[in-house]
Write a protein that binds this ligand. Structure first.
Ligand code: MEV
Length: 317
């Protein structure tokens, strides 16, 4: 028997880093997905493979170890964590298709985690709802990364554009935005765990200053929620630019990200900022007009994607 599950990546519009300290955030599922197929292994050992990532590994799901056959492991620790906890250790083949660039800040690890859990629960005939799936996926991310907010896994599970409130409730945002967005991602991967730890230690050294910056980020997110609902795209761009200044101040900017942020604005974006953890990874630009111009400028510099939000979260077959 074969089961299949697919889950989207995400982009954070507002609230990255601040969300780790209880502030709200806005994020949307994107039209890029992770798809997992599970079947009995053709050999007597479990296998994790991905043609898209060009790798294959044999897994020891009890000892949480792997032997690499081809390529680089990347996302493998999430798979091992899930199989060691929720699988009965019978030989299984896990086949990943991924069109979300890894380390780009577009939530590849959350999408892989959510889709693998959903496919595995179906494989074992276990009933689940989206709330418990998102919760379990969040726990997997914490175990693998050490730190994570529930944002990525929730967006990947539920889809759509969401506002995660201070008390961790989800509001689905009905947007009147006509804008299109562009993601520019640098070839240098971001490391979420490392960036979250570096903000934490900056905060420990400068509690008063950094706490007030984090609070201001939360206020920006609340204003942005209004702008999204009211469809005020130029206001939204302005808020993105203010947020970018604050992200820079907490040390998650890089030369390359900064370059892309300003290139996007020069090409006509109404606003642009880092999306995700920073330190590499991606920026997002709001483009009420000029989507092609912004896309071309960013793609010429490094890589770019024209972004569409996706209403669809995880689904299983
Ligand atoms: C990473 O996509 C977003 C951060 O806020 C970390 C998290 O929310 O877990 C930097």
């Amino acid at each position: 028997m074969e089961t299949m599950a697919s889950a989207p990546g995400k982009t954070i519009l507002f609230g990255e880093h601040a969300v780790v300290y209880g502030e709200p955030a806005i994020a949307g599922a994107v039209n890029k997905r992770a798809t997992i197929k599970l079947r009995e292994s053709p050999v007597d050992v479990s296998i994790f493979k991905s043609d898209d990532l060009g790798f294959e590994a044999e897994l020891d799901t009890i000892a949480k170890k792997y032997t690499l056959k081809k390529g680089k492991p990347g996302i493998i620790n999430y798979i091992l964590e899930i199989l060691s906890k929720y699988h009965d250790h019978s030989p299984i083949e896990v086949d990943l298709s991924l069109d979300i660039p890894i380390g780009s800040g577009l939530g590849s690890s959350a999408a892989v985690t959510v889709s693998t859990l959903a496919a595995l629960f179906k494989y074992h005939g276990k009933k689940f709802d989206k709330f418990s799936l998102a919760q379990k996926a969040h726990e997997v991310e914490i175990n693998v990364q050490g730190v994570a907010s529930p944002l990525d896994t929730r967006v990947s599970t539920f889809g759509g554009l969401i506002y995660l409130s201070r008390d961790k409730n989800i509001d689905r945002l009905n947007t009147n935005l006509k804008s299109s967005f562009v993601i520019g991602y640098t070839s240098k991967r971001g490391n979420t765990g490392r960036m979250v730890k570096s903000v934490k230690s900056l905060k420990q050294r400068n509690p008063k200053i950094i706490n007030s910056i984090i609070k201001t980020m939360g206020n920006i997110t609340d204003e942005a929620k209004l702008s999204i609902v009211q469809g005020r795209e130029y206001r939204l761009g302005e808020l993105m630019n203010i947020n970018q200044g604050l992200l820079d101040s907490i040390g998650v900017n890089t030369n390359e990200l900064s370059r892309m942020v300003y290139l996007a604005r020069k090409a006509g974006a109404s606003g642009s900022k880092i999306t995700g953890a920073g330190g590499g990874g991606s920026i997002i630009a709001c483009c009420p007009r000029n989507q092609d111009k912004v896309f071309n400028a960013l793609n010429y510099y490094d890589n770019a994607i024209k972004l569409n939000f996706s209403k669809n979260g995880v689904f299983v077959k």
